[in-house]
Structures are given as structure tokens and as C-alpha cells.
Ligand binder design. Structure first.
Ligand code: PSU
Ligand code: MN
Length: 302
């Protein structure tokens, strides 16, 4: 039996039909440095509340799937250095052993679906890594989007990835990529990756009805909503792209592989940009939290 525990806030929301937005925890433990990680996590939760929804930050603590963290739990998770990064492959083992783990996009989708939550906000998804034709490094996030009916709001994907291949794999897997009020697929810190939007959408209502229509059609899987970073917070390609190249070269030289790749690159880029990348990251997560709250509010509450 899986052990799920809801925060008080999420439990009340479930009973009273208030829309709920799932949030991941790998961004806290492996995506941002302390204390910015916990400050950002709190701000994102507050943003969801100010939009009339309830945040459910998801993590595994002592073998329990926590759907919504109480403030001391969030604090503890953000400070610890022994937290596993859990994707689909590691999730059940961690639960069975009573371990502690932060959920990636893939694992957060699995937990959200178990809890009946249909909308999830994050920063960027994992994707096809550059050189994947040699390394075979393709994030399990893509496969999860094709299997688990959760709508994930992200600012596209970072240019640490091979973005054309990432979009190709999503298309092959049958995952709709809905670019919010944009003709371009966004590239995390930048509003335009240079790749055209597979589908452009204009409203949260449209996104919510497309989600419901998928299940009416009997199609498994969710949707990726790609929400460009606000103009005022976006970085210049000329500033960020060389930093990405350096970080990739260093990862290659150091033989970084498997689940260490993404955290390694995020850390290098954060340090090299002296916080500019991190500030942009915070702004785009808040922006995604707002849109996810609007989408959740546009779905019928059961
Ligand atoms: N990309 C980001 N920030 C992140 C991650 C990805 O810009 O924090 C995290 C997310 O939790 C995502 C995971 O699900 O990394 C993907 O890891 P991997 O590439 O090892 O599947
Ligand atoms: Mn990987």
C-alpha cells in the first residue's frame, strides 16, 4: 500500500473543491542553492494562493508521499543534502525503503495523478540532451508526459538540451506542446528558442478543455504548456548561450553522466552568471504558477 499524506491546506481544498496546483521538489533540492531554494518555494506557493488555488508541493519523506508540505517539512527538505532525486525509475524503491526524495517532473506527475491533481507548475522540463545520439540521455519526463494525465506548465526547456530533438520526441510520443500566447517555443531564460510553436494557445480555458478532451478521446498522457518568461525578466542569448557551452564542455570533461547531468549544469550556470540566471529562473516559475492556477481554476472541480 502506498502511503499518501496531504498537508492540512490540501486536505481542506480537496474537501471543498478548491483548485489545486502541484509543484515539484527537485527544483528545490537539486535546482537552486540554499537559501534561495526555500525562499523561492515559499514565494511560488504564495503566488498560487494569491490566484485563488492551493499549492501542493510534492516530495517523499520517510517513505510517505507528501502532497503538500507543511512549512517545517519544506524548510528541512531545502536544507538537507542527502535527498535523492526521484524520477519514475526510483520512486517505488524510495517509498519501499522509507527513504527521503525530491520528485522530478516525472515523479511529481505520478504523485499528482494519484492525488487527483491535474495541473502542475514548474520551471523547465527535462528533455533530450545534446549528444543523446551517443549518450542516449533522454529525460524520463518526456515519457511521463505521454503516459500520465497531468498538464505541466513550464517555460519551455533550457538550451542545455537539444531543443529540436526534444520537440521531435514529444511529437513522436503524442504529447501536445501548447505555447501560451506565443508563436515560438520558449527556451527557459529566453522567450524564443528559434523553433516554431507546435500549437499556439491563447487562454487558460482552452488549455483546460484540451486536457479534458484528451481523456474523453481515451488518450493517456498529459500536456506540456510552454509559457514564455515575462519580457522584463528574460536574458539575452548573447549573455547566456556562451555560459551554457562552457558548462556543457566542463560536464563532458568531468565525465558527468545520468541523473547528475542536469543538476551539474544548473549549478555551473548559476555560478557563472552570478545570480542573473537564478533571478530569471525565479521570475519564470512565479509566472508559471500564475498560469497553472488559472488553468486549474478553469477545470470543473469534482
Ligand atoms: N530543468 C530545469 N530545472 C530543474 C530541472 C530540469 O531547468 O530543476 C529538474 C526537474 O526536476 C526535471 C529534472 O524533472 O531536473 C530532469 O532531470 P533529468 O534530466 O535527469 O531527467
Ligand atoms: Mn538524464
Amino acid at each position: 500500500m502506498i502511503n499518501i499524506a496531504f498537508s492540512d491546506e490540501v486536505r481542506v481544498a480537496r474537501e471543498t473543491g478548491v483548485p489545486i496546483v502541484a509543484l515539484e521538489s527537485t527544483i528545490i533540492t537539486h535546482g537552486m542553492p540554499f537559501p534561495t531554494n526555500v525562499e523561492t518555494a515559499r514565494r511560488v506557493e504564495a503566488e498560487v494562493r494569491s490566484c485563488g488555488a492551493v499549492p501542493a508541493t510534492i516530495a517523499v519523506i520517510d517513505g510517505v508521499v507528501k502532497v503538500g508540505l507543511e512549512p517545517p517539512e519544506l524548510d528541512d527538505l531545502a536544507r538537507r543534502r542527502d535527498v535523492a532525486k526521484l524520477s519514475r525509475a526510483d520512486f517505488a524503491v524510495c517509498l519501499a525503503r522509507g527513504g527521503i526524495g525530491a520528485t522530478t517532473v516525472a515523479a511529481t506527475m505520478i504523485a499528482a495523478h494519484h492525488a487527483g491533481i491535474r495541473v502542475f507548475a514548474t520551471g523547465g522540463i527535462g528533455g533530450v540532451h545534446r549528444g543523446a545520439e551517443r549518450s542516449f540521455d533522454i529525460s524520463a519526463d518526456l515519457q511521463e508526459l505521454s503516459q500520465t494525465p497531468v498538464t505541466v506548465v513550464a517555460a519551455g526547456a533550457k538550451a542545455i538540451l537539444d531543443l529540436p530533438k526534444t520537440l521531435e520526441v514529444l511529437e513522436t510520443l503524442g504529447v501536445p506542446v501548447l505555447c501560451y500566447q506565443s508563436d515560438a517555443f520558449p527556451a527557459f531564460w529566453m522567450r524564443d528558442s528559434g523553433l516554431p510553436a507546435p500549437v499556439r494557445v491563447e487562454t487558460p480555458e482552452e488549455i483546460a478543455s484540451a486536457h479534458l478532451m484528451r481523456s474523453d478521446l481515451g488518450l493517456p498522457g498529459g500536456q506540456l504548456v510552454a509559457n514564455p518568461i515575462p519580457e522584463a525578466d528574460a536574458l539575452n542569448g548573447a549573455d547566456i548561450l556562451p555560459v551554457i557551452e562552457d558548462a556543457l564542455a566542463e560536464a563532458e570533461r568531468s565525465g558527468i553522466a545520468a541523473k547528475e547531468v542536469t543538476p551539474f549544469l544548473l549549478d555551473k550556470i548559476g555560478t557563472a552568471t552570478q545570480g542573473a540566471a537564478l533571478q530569471a529562473n525565479i521570475a519564470l516559475v512565479l509566472n508559471n504558477a500564475r498560469l497553472a492556477s488559472q488553468i486549474a481554476s478553469a477545470m470543473p472541480q469534482s
